[in-house]
Design a protein around this ligand. Structure first.
Ligand SMILES: Cc1cc2nc3c(=O)[nH]c(=O)nc-3n(C[C@H](O)[C@H](O)[C@H](O)COP(=O)(O)O)c2cc1C
Length: 168
């Protein structure tokens, strides 16, 4: 198995490299630089855009995808997993989700606006709470407005267990 990923603003890359290093697997970036051999077994990680895992279709076409991971800015949970299954062709493969981050400075104005619109109701509700915001809500609002990273090595644990099961 090798690790294959696509990344626009770097969060998925960080996870992919961390995972590859920890599990001593080779790491490739989809359509950039050296590629895995055609048909190679890969674990694929891609960034979420409106629920869609970027690059997944291409990865499925050229390689033997054994597991899939979406990386987004939403907190993990059942809701995200449902969206991932619904919005992507995952062929019942093992599916994981990692919370990456949000970097408004690294995306173009159109994408920034799209995210701005998608998160408007949350931002409005938080802004209206004003000084009654809890520390957690303050952090959430700050994340949506200025960006931030939730990338953490600990988040990789379920994927690492699964990879180890595979190589037994
Ligand atoms: C246009 C656009 C749409 C997005 N849609 C989602 C989404 O549906 N769900 C989510 O959790 N994050 C969404 N995000 C946030 C990215 O998935 C998140 O920033 C991710 O960490 C990016 O990974 P990357 O740095 O590897 O590109 C979106 C970002 C952009 C720019």
């Amino acid at each position: 198995m090798v690790i294959l990923y696509q990344s626009n603003t770097g969060f998925t890359r960080e996870y992919a490299r961390m995972l590859a290093k920890a599990e001593r697997l080779k790491c490739f970036e989809l359509e950039d630089g050296p590629q895995p051999e055609a048909g190679a077994e890969v674990f694929y990680l891609g960034p979420l855009m409106a629920g869609h895992i970027g690059g997944l279709d291409q990865a499925m076409k050229h390689f033997s995808v054994k597991g899939i991971c979406g990386v987004g800015m939403s907190p993990p949970g059942e809701g995200v997993m449902r969206t991932l299954r619904r919005a992507n062709y995952t062929a019942d493969l093992p599916l994981f989700y990692l919370q990456g981050g949000w970097d408004p400075k690294k995306v173009g104005w159109l994408k920034r606006r799209m995210v701005g619109m998608a998160t408007r109701s949350i931002r409005r509700a938080l802004q209206e709470r004003g000084s009654r915001r809890t520390a957690e809500e303050e952090q959430g609002l700050n994340f949506l407005l200025r960006g931030g990273s939730y990338v953490a090595y600990e988040n990789l644990a379920p994927i690492q267990s699964w990879l180890r099961e595979c190589s037994r």
